[in-house]
Write a protein that binds this ligand. Structure first.
Ligand SMILES: [Zn+2]
Length: 294
């Protein structure tokens, strides 16, 4: 298995789900040593951050990354598409403060990546595996890990809402499975939470065009759902994206129960601490990034 990048430049633009502001990302092909790099103009300078766990700034309703100079909001659906398509190296130029939201799924990025194609780089793919089982808990949810040769996510949710209830889906991380079964699953929210989110400055760009909205008993979107179990599929989409905040693909069997960004982040932190304690079978070699002019 070799590292991959995008075959040609990809441009995605639109309004952010949380800021409601227009933004654009350009995903540039990159070399095998580049890793996933975000590039953003701050003043007259282009600043880069290499995707890594210590760049996660917030996990409240969405995942944001950045440093002391800037923040890029809502990266999880883009990261999910990169993880799903097996893209190890790319330079992501961001114009604006948030990744475009598209239709609330990862479709915007998945369609563009499918269209552009992937390019195989002359270096062996890095991946992280941990040799022992472990679990993290948050509120009444948990994520369990056990070693495996590939990445599988068993996702379970259980909502009291009559249109969701208990849902279980098993995802095997391949570009084909991601594209056909996960990438189109949209984010969802409850009408009763909308005012709270707005008062927190979130969901300013949310509408029925990019969010499945549930009132007390029903789904408010006139066209209904894309998959009968779209909710758990979106939870898996989010988890796959949050796992990629490590910046390197991981292998293992993951069982998630009632996952969310905060729980996902706890899991990733524990995963990294286990790696640092030496439960590693394949160690990534980090190398300096290639120069890039935005
Ligand atoms: Zn999401």
């Amino acid at each position: 298995m070799f590292k991959k990048t995008v075959k040609r430049k990809i441009v995605c633009e639109g309004y952010g789900l949380h800021t409601g502001e227009f933004s654009r990302i350009t995903i540039h092909p990159a070399s095998e040593n580049d890793h996933i790099l975000f590039a953003k103009k701050v003043g007259n300078r282009v600043r880069y951050i290499k995707l890594a766990l210590d760049k996660v700034k917030s996990t409240m309703f969405a995942t944001s990354i950045g440093d002391d100079q800037f923040t890029i909001f809502t990266v999880e659906h883009l990261l999910s598409a990169l993880h799903g398509f097996g893209i190890d190296s790319a330079i992501i130029e961001v114009e604006g403060d948030e990744v475009p939201g598209g239709d609330g799924s990862a479709s915007l990025f998945a369609e563009a990546m499918l269209d552009a194609g992937v390019f195989t780089l002359p270096a062996k793919k890095d991946s992280f595996t941990i040799e022992s089982e472990f679990a993290v808990e948050h509120n009444d949810g948990y994520i369990k890990y056990s070693p495996a040769a590939t990445l599988t996510i068993d996702g379970i949710i259980d909502f009291a809402h009559p249109k969701i209830l208990k849902q279980h889906y098993t995802y095997h991380n391949t570009p084909e499975h991601f594209y056909s079964e996960i990438s189109r699953a949209r984010t969802f929210g409850f009408l009763k939470d909308y005012n709270t989110m707005q008062s927190l400055g979130l969901a300013k760009g949310s509408s029925l065009e990019n969010t499945i909205v549930l009132d007390e008993n029903d789904i408010m979107n006139p066209d209904g759902l894309r998959y009968p179990d779209e909710f758990i599929r979106h939870k898996i989409l989010d988890l796959l994206g949050d796992l990629y905040t490590i910046g390197t693909p991981l292998k293992g069997h993951i069982t998630s129960y009632k996952s969310g960004h905060a729980l996902n982040h706890l899991f990733v932190k524990k995963f990294i601490s286990m790696l640092e304690k030496g439960f590693v079978t394949e160690q990534q070699v980090l190398q300096p990034a290639m120069a890039f002019t935005a």
